[in-house]
Design a protein around this ligand. Structure first.
Ligand code: NAP
Length: 537
């Protein structure tokens, strides 16, 4: 890969995951000079970093992939319903090679600052390798879940055993055989990793603060006939996912309320969807995420599944979520998660009742004084979601305005795409866009296409400067909040709300109106002469 970049380019792109790579391809197609900086030693973003055993995507592989080059879609053969991390990474590598993208990617390099030069009307982008590049446009393709976070546990630095975070997993195989392992965190990453660790460790302690709802994946190999059927109709399937679904995935949906059917019918429907596996379960009824009583019917069903699997009633009770609704935090999808707690070498530790007081030289001590001696601690403690990756960069816009200051009370961006005060700076799947609430590849393609449309318009009209109007941004932020407030998702303590980071503003970070409606909003904005944006030559 290229290790140097020209000093003056049209577009500086931050991040070489799904978003950055497609953005680079798009810019090339417009005849713009573009370059990508990537912190990792290879392309792949999320799928480069999250290499923990068991890591796989819980969106179906035939849908969680690019659609912008139909030939690539046809020639790539996914092997499983839910692809593993190595398979997704191999796929991204394949696309990058196939489109010859890597020559414009500089790896092992973090963008540390991006400063808008008012006089020149250009961005000055600095990296941790001392490089400074000038670009007319900057595009943050930094990912929504890329700022891995270990909570500030007292004593962490004194621990002498091994430590890992799921989001920065080593490239070599980690050997847990014969070891006493502790894992903190039972979100999507923990739920995938825990069964794998249990297979290998001498003993596994799972430190759980909040129990997770988890739906079985029912993963399986993809047979040729199924793939063939998909491929023959791929264009139409993709169109439907883009334009006619709330979350960018072809799920069976209904307009029925959970409360308008009998308890028996509901039970049958929940059983049917549980047997299909994956996220479909939450689409059983239209009101599961807006009506607490409807949600409770689905939550109750999911709770009963836990009790039917976990043999020790006390452990089952601890694993059962009671104080938030199903789907109001990002639901987990698992293979053998709950059954893992029946193993003799697995102990569930309730760190809600007695929080972690400190990490000692040799393990973990809880506030009730109990101690756990551990050879390795795995942090499955999540990410500073959506805002973390851009705020890790020192971004300064017009008249010295810092993005950290501007977003101090929560992110503000028009369509989740651009922020007033930061001309010519775009974010792909940024806060205020649907991003994490569905198939993120669908959202990435939509944002990259939209940015492409804007850049093409500017080229054609001889414009060099774009900024969203403050009124349009204020109205969008208000709309994002209003839509979120109608859902139950604002009621749970989740990373959707910034609640996983002490001190982070509690605002809902994504547009919850659906990728279908979001696309319509964006298309209307374009059709209406790029309503809400100011341009200059
Ligand atoms: P997460 O959902 O934020 O889970 C973090 C876990 O760590 C939670 O159980 C949290 O407990 C716990 N935790 C954090 N701080 C703690 C503390 N001080 N003491 C005790 N426990 C603590 O993070 P994640 O599992 O990495 O998942 C993040 C997102 O990445 C997912 O929601 C999903 O969108 C994506 N992801 C997707 C897949 C997939 O497609 N299969 C796989 C992995 C990740 P609390 O709940 O009490 O805060």
């Amino acid at each position: 890969m290229s290790d140097s970049a020209s000093r003056q380019i049209d577009v500086a792109i931050i991040g070489a995951g799904f978003a950055g790579l497609y953005m680079l391809h798009k810019c090339r197609g417009l005849g713009l000079s573009a370059h990508v900086w990537e912190a990792g030693s290879g392309v792949g973003g999320t799928w480069f970093w999250n290499r923990y055993p068991g890591a796989r995507c819980d969106a179906e592989s035939l849908q969680y992939s690019y659609s912008f080059v139909p030939e690539i879609e046809q020639e790539w053969r996914w092997t499983e319903r839910y692809a593993t991390q190595p398979e997704i990474l191999a796929y991204i590598e394949h696309v990058a090679d196939r489109l010859d993208l890597k020559r414009d990617v500089t790896c092992n390099t973090k963008v540390t600052a991006a400063r808008y030069d008012d006089a020149a009307g250009l961005w000055r982008v600095s990296t941790d390798k001392g490089e400074e590049v000038t670009a007319r446009f900057v595009i943050g393709a930094t990912g929504a879940l890329s700022a891995a976070r270990i909570p500030e546990f007292k004593g962490l630095e004194s621990y002498t055993g091994e430590t890992y975070h799921t989001g920065t997993w080593p490239h070599h195989k980690v050997d847990f055989a014969g070891k006493r392992v502790g894992i903190i965190g039972t979100g999507s990453s923990g739920v995938q990793l825990i069964p794998m660790l249990a297979e290998e460790a001498a003993h596994l302690h799972v430190f759980q603060r909040t129990p997770a709802y988890s739906i079985p994946a029912h993963n399986r190999p993809l047979d040729d006939a199924y793939v063939q059927r998909w491929n023959s109709n791929a264009a139409e399937f993709r169109r439907k996912a883009r334009e006619e679904t709330r979350n960018g995935m072809l799920y069976e949906t209904t307009t029925k309320s959970a409360l308008e059917v009998s308890a028996e019918e509901r039970q049958r429907e929940y059983e049917r969807r549980w047997a299909i596996g994956g996220g479909q379960f939450l689409y059983a009824y239209a009101d599961l995420l807006v009506n607490p009583a409807a949600n409770e019917t689905a939550a109750d069903f999911a709770r009963a599944q836990i009790r039917s699997i976990v043999t020790d009633p006390k452990v089952a009770a601890l694993l059962t979520p009671t104080d938030y609704g199903i789907g109001t935090k990002r639901p987990c999808v698992d293979t053998d998660y709950f059954a893992t707690f029946n193993r003799p070498n697995v102990t569930l530790v309730d760190v809600n009742a007695a929080p972690i007081a400190e990490i000692t030289e040799t393990g973990i001590r809880l506030e009730d004084g109990s101690t756990y001696e551990l050879d390795a601690i795995v942090f499955a403690t999540g990410f500073d979601a959506l805002t973390g990756p851009m705020l890790a960069i020192d971004v300064t816009g017009r008249s010295g305005l810092s993005l950290r200051e501007k977003w101090a009370e929560g992110p503000r961006a028009y369509l989740g795409l651009m922020s007033n005060g930061f001309p010519n700076l775009f974010t792909v799947t940024g806060p205020g866009s649907p991003s994490v609430l569905g198939n993120v590849v669908v959202s990435i393609e939509q944002h990259v296409d939209l940015i492409g449309t804007i850049l093409a318009h500017m080229q054609k009209a001889g414009l060099t400067w774009i900024e969203p109007e403050k009124a349009a941004e204020d109205a969008w932020v208000q709309r994002v909040n209003e839509i979120a407030a109608k859902t139950l998702m604002t009621k749970a303590k989740s990373w959707y709300m910034g609640a996983n980071i002490p001190g982070k503003p509690r605002v809902f970070l994504a547009y919850a109106g659906g990728v279908d409606n979001y696309r319509k909003e964006c298309d209307a904005m374009v059709a209406d002469g790029f309503r809400g944006f100011s341009f200059a030559a």
